[in-house]
Design a protein. Structure first.
Ligand code: PEP
Ligand code: CO
Length: 450
């Protein structure tokens, strides 16, 4: 139990749910050894900076935009795919910052979101029962037994792809691509015809006016880092503990342990048992942490978890990501907020409006309705307002591509259209247009006058 000393492998004496059964004789040990000798993907100072920024979101001085794929796909670790995702995140954050007048902390579900919890160990694919797809770092989604057999060497592949992704993210965000002067270039021509496209054009004009004004009074936009560089932090669900342990390193400056696979790690709704291995592992690393909270929560357990994961009640350490669904949030969120506020827990409250709003359509596809996603966020804001707590951010599944996975939005996608470009290996994501549209709705909610 937690009174025992934490080590990066102490989770091994706890029950770990959702772990793959690696075949006997596979390269597990060798892979872990190799991973543990490879360079960290992030460094402790960056995690501390993110934690300090998240502390501002606890107080409502900043807004957290955490978003990206449900499950990253090895085959989409390409320059254009990464650029398109970054572009939509930049567009959304500029909308939130300019129209919503709030500092935006950008965290991608990127560079490591390769392992997925599943409700069942097997699934039926075209009439055959196969081991479930558990994310590219475990097995392949292809429909045959060999592809579905977990292979630990995929963790190494995941590490290299995460490193390559992060490398490009760092050069895009620091090397000029993210410069505010390119705000128009991030815009996609296809958005033009849509209401969100017109609003975006108006916003671009206002930003240009502001930049021109700054230049006119003598500021040099070229040499203003805030206009030319952004930081996109990385995050993923810390599910695959063999991988997370191998990437955990001691920071020589602070003497603390950090899971250097990403800046922020979260615990999923299915693996947040108080006496489980995931909680044991994450309590000992100093990264900022997230924890999903769904309708099955028990209030005393959530309090005990907050205490275990953040014993010093350090603001910015813990983000509670609620995911109840548009129909259920009214019955589940108020009590949670009341009790946590009463006990004085300092957490960032973030809304995941995706995972409680998934349905299966008549064609057998998993989808989500744009209107449900928006309704859950609106309710989230209203409930926070009523409880006197701070709505600190959102957690979204989206992509920079023109996929057709969620219905609704200004293009009014219907279930019957989803086959046109349904790509996801896992949950349905908002496409680029739907994401920018959602950002405008969000900006209205978080504007200080609201
Ligand atoms: C996810 O974020 O992809 C996920 C599986 O969420 P949850 O743990 O909330 O179900
Ligand atoms: Co998902």
């Amino acid at each position: 139990m937690p009174s025992q000393k934490w080590t990066k492998s102490s989770w091994r004496s706890f029950r770990a749910l959702q772990q793959p059964v690696w075949p006997a004789g596979s390269a597990l040990e060798e892979t872990q050894k190799t991973l543990s000798q490879l360079p960290p993907l992030v460094f402790a100072g960056e995690c501390q900076t993110l934690k300090a920024q998240l502390a501002d979101a606890v107080e409502g001085r900043a807004f957290v935009l955490q978003c990206g794929d449900c499950a990253e796909d090895f085959s989409r670790c390409t320059g254009p795919d990464i650029r398109e995702l970054l572009k939509v995140i930049l567009q959304m954050s500029v909308v939130l910052a300019f129209a919503g007048e709030k500092r935006v902390i950008k965290i991608g579900r990127i560079a490591g979101q390769y392992a997925k919890p599943r409700s069942s160990d097997t699934e039926m694919v075209n009439g055959t029962e196969l081991p479930s797809y558990r994310g590219d770092m475990v097995n392949s989604p292809d429909a045959n037994l060999e592809a579905r057999t977990p292979d630990p060497r995929r963790m190494l592949e995941g590490y290299y792809r995460a490193a390559a992704t992060l490398n490009l993210v760092r050069s895009f965000t620091l090397g000029g691509y993210a410069s505010l002067e390119r705000v128009q270039a991030w815009h996609r021509a296809s958005l033009d015809a849509l209401p969100a496209g017109q609003k975006y054009e108006d916003l671009v004009r206002q930003i240009w006016k502001t930049i021109n004004f700054m230049t006119a009074i003598g500021l040099d936009p070229q040499h203003t880092p805030q206009l030319n560089q952004v930081t996109l932090y990385t995050s993923h669900e810390a599910l695959l503990l063999d991988y997370e342990e191998a990437l955990t390193r001691m920071d020589s400056t602070s003497g603390g342990w950090y899971d250097c696979s990403a800046h922020m790690l979260w615990i999923g709704d299915r693996t947040r048992q108080l006496d489980g291995a995931h909680v044991e592992f994450l309590r000992g690393v100093r990264n900022p942490l997230g924890m999903k909270v769904g309708p099955s929560y028990d209030i005393d357990t959530v309090k005990a978890l907050a205490q275990r994961l953040n014993p010093d009640n350090e603001p910015g350490r813990l983000t509670l990501i609620t995911r109840f669904g548009a129909d259920k949030i009214d019955s589940y969120l108020p009590k949670l907020l009341k009790e946590m506020k009463q006990e004085g827990f300092k957490v960032v409250w973030s809304c995941d409006p995706m995972h409680g709003n998934t349905y299966q359509n008549e064609y057998g596809q998993k989808s989500r309705k744009f209107e449900d996603i928006l309704r859950e966020i609106k309710n989230f804001y209203q409930i926070h307002k009523a409880e006197g707590t701070v709505a600190g951010g959102v957690h979204l599944e989206l992509t920079g591509d023109h996929v057709t996975e969620c219905t609704g939005g200004s293009r009014q996608l219907l279930d019957k259209h989803l086959h046109l470009n349904y790509q996801t290996n896992c949950d349905p994501r908002l496409n680029a247009e739907q994401s920018v549209e959602l950002a405008f709705e969000l900006a209205e909610m978080l504007h200080p006058c609201k």
